[in-house]
Design a protein around this ligand. Structure first.
Ligand SMILES: [Zn+2]
Ligand SMILES: [Zn+2]
Length: 261
């Protein structure tokens, strides 16, 4: 079984196909999903979708929504991070891609949520885009608070991957790895040790080849795993097995939930 470790199945683009997506988890090669959140609204709907036996969720405020972080949001997180279906804090991080005016606020909101993850003994799903140097600094300064962290939708090169691995982080790979011009990413995947790699779709975005024109969905995690297998010279079955094992180790509350199915 494969696990889609980052899939926004509660996104409005997938609303019509959600019943089919959930049903398919029972028979497909991809048998479980972790649904991360990016604002208060999605955190609330993640909790609902995570009631499904094959879905777990993460709660958190995405860096692009950092201005939304206030006392009400924090109260919500404090009330719900202990829920049995919440397996991580996320997605949180730094994203300087669209403008640089909120850098300071992004860092503040990130650190605050790292503290919450520590309080609840949860691992963290990080979103990092065009902000590597500041991200490295935040991780170094808060290392003792981070139980485990994964950089989701990794799009860096080997040098960045090495720094993340040195910091003890996991790296999660999306369909970007199947895109023609992403040679540097494929090179980076070569150096990620098998016990530090996970697979995801980041659905509804980033649909892997050859389905790029379609809306992404959890079953396409298989295309990501197949590509990782090809790059690493392994067979797909062993990549399925090792990445799923990694997900159970990383999201340690997941066993308590999926173990029952
Ligand atoms: Zn993200
Ligand atoms: Zn995401």
């Amino acid at each position: 079984m494969l696990i889609d470790t980052h899939s926004h199945i509660n996104h409005e683009k997938l609303a019509d196909s959600l019943p089919e997506i959930l049903q398919k988890l029972e028979t497909d090669r991809v048998g479980a999903v972790i649904c991360p959140s990016y604002d208060l609204k999605s955190s609330k709907s993640s909790l609902i979708v995570a009631k499904h036996p094959r879905v777990a969720c993460a709660l958190g405020i995405h860096p692009e929504n950092c201005a939304e972080y206030n006392a009400e949001v924090e109260k919500f997180l404090l009330s719900n991070l202990g829920d049995k279906n919440v397996v991580a804090v996320g997605e949180i991080g730094l994203d300087y891609h669209y403008g640089v005016d909120k850098k300071e606020l992004q860092r503040k909101v990130l650190v605050r949520q790292i503290e919450l993850a520590h309080k609840f003994d949860l691992p963290i799903i990080f979103h990092v885009r065009d902000a590597w140097d500041d991200f490295f600094k935040v991780i170094e300064q808060n290392k003792t608070l981070i139980k485990r962290g994964v950089v989701h939708c990794f799009e860096g090169d080997s040098e960045i991957a090495e720094k993340l691995l040195d910091l003890g982080l996991y790296i999660s790979v999306t369909g970007l790895v199947t895109f023609k011009h992403r040679e540097a990413l494929r090179e980076a995947v070569k150096i990620i040790p098998l016990d530090k790699i996970m697979c995801e779709t980041d659905a509804p975005y980033l649909t892997p080849e050859p389905f790029r024109s379609k809306v992404n969905k959890p079953e396409y995690t298989a295309l990501v795993a197949d590509k990782i297998a090809e790059i690493k010279g392994e067979n797909s079955a062993s990549i399925d097995e090792i990445t799923t094992k990694n997900a159970f180790v990383f999201f340690d509350k997941l066993g308590g939930k999926l173990g029952k199915i």
